[in-house]
Design a protein around this ligand. Structure first.
Ligand code: F6P
Length: 558
């Protein structure tokens, strides 16, 4: 593996720095750019599959775009992209290929890892997921007392939870009547207790989803739920004619790359759905990790979901960089992070169904690009990573938009909306979705064009409060629209952000596919646990702050 190219040493970086110097300190840029160029919106709007993406309200000119694309070329983005898609081991610190894109390749395609085509294996697993999901949906798969399944509990954390939860919430209108999913992730016992409360174990199917099948939270929750299931079945007299092992076989299935560990837990290996070490946890929602989704929405919808990912993969792989949406969006993020010193990035879906999308993106983007060393172990040469956050509009408008409109920091924001409402309600004569989207359109215009002091004065505002009512504008936004929030479009949106994340990582020269930063805390938690459980020698070996906190906890716990 070659060394990363230092982006700051490229000629494009110098150009961007010069352009940034000429732009900084100027106001009303977007107003004047739109006034000078009536074609601006059209020029900077690009479609990718079903996504209609307007970049024109960004701090973007032809020169900026050209320099960003030049930078992408200078750091070898196309080569790195092709290496990833070919199955090269670009995750160097884990010596792994990075092939979430293989999960959505069509039957008959070829992607080689260590000389072996992985696509047939992908479809074998999809076929067995489909067969299983169909049995559960039709009622052919029954619990230990012969009752059909009504509730699926997915136990997983991180990538084994965030994707399934987000997609389940996003595609609720497609869910089969009479089937419900619940998700247990946190090791806070409240999660398992509240999610199993009121459930009938006879009609509950548990999916233990863990790439490694060793994650503390997931394995603890899996044991807690197994305990709940068996003891409740016993209380109900449901285990009179069946053994505990039968009950586990009928009510527990697993998704993992570690099928040996699945068997150790007592889950029948026939009911285990595999995936591979070349799928990162945060890139795994379209693998068997999506089993709960396939059950809830059906195999057909799941294949539509995969087709959306594939459409964006194809766009990313073959569209010239100048028209390539993930490339343009990723490079714009680099522009804001490295030249405007933006620290965070808001994602604002104008769709209640996407309420978990920002949380999902937090793992995808921040676990991927929150790195301080490059893939060859040398320090990064510029800022990396963005803090992704957001809430659905319009709720966010009444909470934190004040900071985006008038705060001192630049917060690039992605606005996402759909033309067709899932629930076309009217309030008297008023179409409520039209009213909702009026807010979407208004916010990006307000952020871009602001309101000058003269405009504020013209409204008769007393002079002393004029400054407080001025909006500077030039606050960059990208508007992403699609016809409706379908399984396919959701797949497209996820793949879009996967590739944006990749593009940024390539510029910064980092390995976007490892996550060593989560390890230390995990190890320390295991080391501290004996102290928290009352072992005085373990307590004494802690630093004084930690020891005092543990002591206080022990003294207060009831
Ligand atoms: O701790 C981080 C992490 O490894 C994530 O990358 C991953 O998605 C999550 O934990 C869960 O891991 P697993 O699927 O192996 O249980």
């Amino acid at each position: 593996m070659s060394s990363p190219i230092d982006p700051t040493a490229t000629s494009a970086w110098q150009k961007l720095s010069d352009i940034h110097s000429t732009l900084s300190g100027k106001s009303g840029l977007l107003r004047s750019w739109f006034a000078e160029d009536p074609q601006r919106a059209e020029r900077f709007t690009v479609d990718a599959a079903d996504l209609h993406v307007d970049l024109s309200k960004n701090l973007l000119t032809n020169d900026v775009r050209d320099a960003l694309i030049e930078l992408a070329r200078e750091v070898g983005l196309e080569d790195r992209r092709d290496a990833m898609l070919r199955g090269e081991k670009i995750n160097v610190t884990e010596n792994r290929a990075v092939l979430h894109t293989a999960l959505r390749r069509e039957k008959g395609d070829e992607v080689l890892v260590d000389g072996e085509n992985v696509v047939p294996g992908v479809h074998e697993v999809l076929d067995s997921m489909s067969a299983f999901a169909t049995k559960v949906r039709s009622g052919e798969w029954v619990g230990v007392t012969g009752k059909k399944i009504e509730t699926i509990i997915n136990i997983g954390i991180g990538g084994s939870d965030l994707g399934p939860v987000m997609v389940y919430e996003a595609l609720k209108p497609y869910k089969q009547e009479g089937l419900e999913c619940r998700f247990i992730s946190n090791i806070d016992p409240t999660d398992a207790a509240t999610k199993t409360a009121g459930l009938n174990p006879e009609t509950t199917l548990v999916i233990v989803a863990s790439k490694t099948f060793t994650t503390l939270e997931t394995m603890t929750n899996a044991r807690l739920v197994r305990q709940w299931l068996l003891s409740t079945l016993k209380e109900q007299g449901a285990l009179e004619n069946a053994s505990e092992a039968d009950a586990v076989t009928k009510h527990f299935v697993a998704v993992s790359t570690a099928l040996d560990k699945v068997a150790e837990f007592g889950i029948n290996p026939d009911n285990a759905f595999g995936f591979w070490d070349w799928v990162g946890g945060r890139y795994s929602v379209d693998s068997a990790i999506g089993l709960s989704l396939m059950i809830a929405f059906g195999p057909e919808r799941f294949y539509e979901f995969l087709s959306g990912f594939r459409a964006i993969d194809e766009h990313f792989a073959s569209t010239p960089l100048e028209q390539n949406v993930p490339v343009l969006m990723g490079m714009l993020n680099v522009w804001y992070v490295n030249f405007y010193k933006a620290h965070s990035h808001a994602v604002l879906p104008y769709s209640q169904y996407l309420h978990r999308f920002p949380a999902y993106l937090q793992q995808l983007t921040m676990e991927s690009n929150g790195k301080g060393v490059r893939f060859d172990g040398t320090p990064v040469t510029c800022d990396t990573g963005e803090i992704f956050w957001g809430e659905p509009g319009t709720n966010g408008q009444h909470a934190f938009y004040q900071l985006i409109h008038q705060g001192t920091r630049l917060i690039p924001s992605d606005f996402i909306a759909f033309a067709t409402p899932a629930h076309p309600l009217t309030d008297g004569e008023t179409d409520v979705h039209a009213l909702f989207l009026s807010n979407f359109f208004a916010q990006t215009a307000a952020l871009a064009f602001g309101k000058t002091a003269d405009e504020v004065r013209a409204e008769g505002t007393p002079e002393e409060i004029v400054p407080a009512r001025v909006f500077t504008g030039d606050r960059p936004t990208t508007s992403i629209m699609a016809q409706e929030l379908s399984p396919r479009v959701l797949g497209e949106l996820i793949a879009l952000y996967e590739h944006i994340t990749f593009v940024e990582g390539v510029v910064w020269g980092i390995d976007s596919f490892d996550q060593w930063g989560v390890e230390l805390g995990k190890k320390l938690a295991l080391q501290i646990a004996p102290a928290v459980m009352g072992d005085s020698a373990a307590l004494e070996s802690q630093d004084s702050s930690t020891a005092a906190l543990v002591t206080w906890y022990l003294s207060q716990r009831r």
